[in-house]
Design a protein around this ligand. Structure first.
Ligand code: NAD
Length: 320
């Protein structure tokens, strides 16, 4: 009998890649989404498959899934600052009530639940690179607090269900990930640079561009999540690419790749913007025998091809 897996946020960037992966691994996949930031086009190729079901549902409301369930991958949540600053209450609700509903379902079905946590639980880190033991430096009432604290609460309630109700859990702390099906206008630096290059605009850097990020290609991330799910390990694991780059250098790589001749302009740094981010992936390496395989050159190339393949009107404005 096929394993059944529920993927919340299944129509989003990462959720849709997870749907593909688990279909390819021979699972029966149920995707659940309310499309607040997702897009059905990410999963429409799966609709004809009898192993795939889609439910349009807001997971902050009670979740009913008939039949058995072996796994829940909880990925529903606005993820980019532009989204969670626009919908802060929904962001807190999906992290709190959405996670609670998923955990109730996991408990009722005896399912293993994996939650999509984030490097944002480390806030503006005072420890570099960040190991899973670092507790973070988050401003709870700052503009990013709605996301960071929702995710910290999510980890907390998930651990409580593990400790008090014996629910089998996995916690992945995802660092910046990129690849096809990101939205060009989701406000994150990497798609923003591509969008500006495609539209022939100047590249806009916040601050002096010396802040660093570590970008993981989506296929590498999905492999790490797959391994973690099957690992039996219940404490948090960082999954990300430790190769760090300043946003100024990244913008130059994207200018080279796209052949765009625009110049770089500078704007003030947003409040609480982290200055550096780099995962320590020792745990993932030793526990999961995982490390990223796709070089930035290759990953940026594949991402550029995806963005270029979108209808040009979406270069100007994404549907969401
Ligand atoms: P995304 O916005 O593309 O996907 C999130 C999906 O969740 C969307 O399809 C959205 O419609 C859905 N959703 C939101 N609220 C919902 C609700 N109440 N009910 C049902 N569906 C709802 O974002 P993403 O980049 O794919 O991120 C997916 C998950 O991974 C998020 O939990 C995010 O916090 C986490 N994450 C992502 C990154 C990254 O680099 N992309 C980094 C760290 C963590």
């Amino acid at each position: 009998m096929k394993k059944r897996i529920l993927i919340t946020g299944g129509a989003g960037f990462l959720g849709s890649h997870l749907c593909d992966r688990f279909i390819n691994e021979g699972y029966e996949v149920i995707a659940m989404d309310n499309l607040i930031t997702g897009d059905l086009r990410n999963i429409e190729h799966l609709f004809p498959l009898k192993e795939f079901t889609y439910y349009n549902h807001d997971i902050t409301k009670f979740i009913h899934i008939p039949g058995k369930l072996d796994y829940i991958l909880h990925f529903a949540s606005p993820a980019s600052p532009i989204d969670y600053l626009k919908i802060p209450i929904q962001t807190l609700k999906v992290g709190a009530m959405g996670t609670h509903n998923c955990l109730g379902l996991a408990k009722a079905k005896g399912a293993t639940m994996l939650i999509a946590s984030t490097s944002e639980v480390y806030g503006d880190p005072l420890v570099h690179p960040q190991t899973e033991e670092y507790w973070g430096n988050v401003n709870p009432i700052g503009p990013r607090g709605v996301y960071d604290e929702a995710k910290r609460y999510m980890e907390s309630i998930t651990m409580a269900y593990h400790t008090y109700h014996n629910v089998d859990i996995r916690i992945v702390r995802i660092f910046n990930t990129y690849g096809p099906r990101m939205r060009l206008n989701d406000g994150r630096a990497l798609p923003a640079f591509f969008g500006q290059a495609l539209r022939g605009e100047d590249i806009v850097l916040f601050g002096d561009g010396s802040q660093t990020r570590s970008f993981c290609y989506v296929d590498d991330l999905i492999e790490g999540i797959y391994r973690l799910l099957l690992s039996g390990y219940t404490l948090p694991v960082n999954i990300g690419n430790p190769s760090e780059i300043s946003l100024r250098d990244l913008s130059e790589e994207i200018l080279d790749l796209t052949g765009h001749t625009g110049k770089i302009t500078y704007k003030p740094l947003p409040k609480d913007d982290p200055k550096q981010r780099q995962p320590d992936i020792t745990k993932a390496r030793t526990l999961l025998n995982w490390e990223p395989k796709v070089s930035r050159e290759e990953g940026l190339q594949r991402t550029y091809e995806y963005f270029r393949s979108l209808p040009p009107e979406e270069w100007v404005k994404s549907p969401k």
